[in-house]
Structures are given as C-alpha cells and as structure tokens.
Design a protein around this ligand. Structure first.
Ligand code: RIB
Length: 323
C-alpha cells in the first residue's frame, strides 16, 4: 500500500553533545544530525511514509552529514536546495532527566535563507500533508517566505505545524506574535507542554487548546513527556498515556511523535485537505502510535528515531474521551 506523501519544510541542525574525554583542558563533542523538521522527515521515512524534505543543505562537513543521514533513512532530497551558506550548529546541554537546552551557532546559516523563488519551484501537486515549524518558520529572512508557502500549501494539503520553541535563540514574544497567524494556516498544531508554558505562561492545557482553536486550528496535540499526550479536536479532548521507557535523552522525541502521528493518519487515509473525516478516536489511535515512536526515540542517544520494524501496530481501541 502506497502511503500519502508528506513534505517537510525546515532546518537541519548539527547537534553537538559533550562526551567524556581523558585529556585535561579539552572538550570533546559528538555531533549527530538533528534539527526538528529534519528529525520528523527521518522518522516518517523510517516508518514507511514517503517523505520529501524541503531544506537548504550546505556543502560543508555538516551538510554532508545531513545528506547521508536523510538519504539512508529514505528521505527524498530531490527538492532540497544546495546552499552556499554554512550549516547550523547547536550545542546541547542535557539535564539529569535527559532534556536538552541548546545554544545555537545560527548567524547567517543556510536554513533561514529561503527566497520566494526557491520555494516557488517546489511542486505540491502530490503532497497530502505539509509539515513545518521550528526555527525555519520563525528566523528571518526566510521565515516570512516559509509562512507564505504554508498559505499556498493549505489550498491543497493538510498543514501540520510544530513551533518547537527555542528561547535561547528566538525570544518567546516573537513566537507569541506569530502564533495566531500560524493557527489560522494550520490543521494540526503539535507542541510540547514546555512550549505551551513559554507561549501561554500560566494557562491550562484546556485554555490553550480553546485559544488556538478560536485562532483557527482544529486539532491541537500537546505532548507531556512521561505523562503522555492530550489532544483536542475542535474542543473534544482525548488523553493518551506514554509507554514506560528507559530515557537516554529526550532529543527529537517531539519530532518523532509528530512523525508517528502523521504516519498513522496517512495509514488510515485521513491526510489531505481539511481533516473533515477525522474523529476523536482516530486522534487517540494516532497519539498512541506516536507515543511509541517517541518513547523509542527517548531510548537512544540524540534524535535517532526507530524504523517500522521496531514498533508494534497501534491498538485500535478508543481511549478516554470527554467533551
Ligand atoms: O527538536 C529537537 C531538535 O531541536 C534538535 O535536534 C535540535 O536541533 C533542536 O533545534
């Protein structure tokens, strides 16, 4: 069965993690290919969804790392742009729970230099879903062009967004100012509970979902780490537990969750257009499957999502639903 095509637009980031080193006065870094949208593309392709990545890939040492990683995962790079600028680098500091804080080296890097001409060349005819978000949506000069592209895509494709807030690089106010516009463009908004706290500090999940529905997005999914996920489809809610897992780190877990979610919707024939056939039980099932994908990502170092063979099929049983 050929699954519907998902196009992913956004950045690749070289994620650098410190590793123990015997030499005094030195710092050793282990660099893994990352970046929220690229992680989602890799996870989708590994699950078996045709995934096309619209990224600006440098020819530098990190750009070559990204290409190899995306291609060996099965991501279609035919629409990616070969960029003259350097790659983006992030140094990730992990806390005791395996959560990362990133300091970015992102000035003038390839990922934010989208031009209207580059994106005008991207063909959306066979795309059922466009997923974007993260830094490429918010960093200028490319962010505005990406937003215009989302508006174009929404005429024919389901639009999925993940703000993936990175407050050490972009001030939360910048996301807050743009979020209502993104909600008006998107069919699916997936974000972490940490991002919710940065975007609507002090507000409950219910209030946040209702605020974003009112701004135009029909489906909001909020992931809560080991506490699972809450989804709201036009105000009808469902809660999904997270499977137990031995956490190495949580890097890329949200990106993998989004991939699992979109993959499951595609498998059920629910991607494409405005999600008018989507029911809350479908949302529960997609979240349950996505939670497995995220849990397996947490069990490995860095953003290294699982392949299809590592997963159980999602249970068809509907979950706890309430209006
Ligand atoms: O969502 C995880 C990603 O966010 C990491 O791979 C890192 O690049 C950061 O931007």
């Amino acid at each position: 069965m050929r699954l519907p095509l998902v196009t992913i637009l956004g950045e690749c980031v070289a994620d650098a993690f410190t590793v123990p080193t015997p030499a005094r006065g030195e710092l050793a870094l282990r660099v893994l290919p990352g970046g929220g949208p690229a992680n989602t593309a890799v996870a989708l392709a590994r699950l078996g969804t045709p995934a096309r990545f619209l990224g600006r890939l440098s020819d530098d040492v990190f750009g070559r790392l990204f290409r190899g990683h995306l291609e060996t995962s099965g991501v279609d790079l035919s629409a990616a742009v070969r960029a003259a600028e350097p790659s983006t680098l992030a140094v990730a500091e992990l806390d005791a729970q395996g959560r990362a804080a990133y300091s970015f080296h992102a000035q003038g890097t390839a990922d934010w230099q989208w031009t209207a001409d580059e994106l005008a060349a991207a063909d959306l005819a066979s795309t059922a879903c466009l997923h974007s978000g993260s830094l490429a949506l918010v960093r200028e000069p490319g962010g505005t062009v990406v937003e215009e592209f989302l508006a174009r895509a929404s005429a024919t494709a389901t639009v999925s967004l993940d703000p993936n807030v990175r407050p050490l690089l972009v001030a939360p106010e910048v996301y807050r100012e743009r979020l209502p516009r993104w909600c008006a463009l998107a069919d699916i908004l997936r974000l972490s509970e940490d991002d919710l706290e940065l975007l609507l500090p002090g507000h409950t999940i219910e209030h946040a979902c209702d605020t974003w529905h009112a701004a135009g997005v029909p489906l909001v999914v909020i992931t809560r780490g080991e506490r699972g996920a809450v989804a709201s489809l036009d105000g009808e809610r469902t809660t999904v537990p997270a499977p137990p897992t031995e956490v190495v780190d949580t890097v890329g877990a949200g990106d993998s969750f989004t991939a699992g979610f979109l993959h499951h919707l595609g498998l059920r024939g629910l991607l494409g257009g405005r999600l008018t056939d989507l029911r809350i039980d479908d949302v529960f099932d997609a979240c349950a499957f996505a939670s497995q994908v995220a849990a397996l990502t947490c069990a490995t170092a860095g953003p290294n999502p699982p392949w299809a063979g590592q997963l159980r099929p999602a249970t068809p049983t509907a979950g706890l639903t309430a209006s």
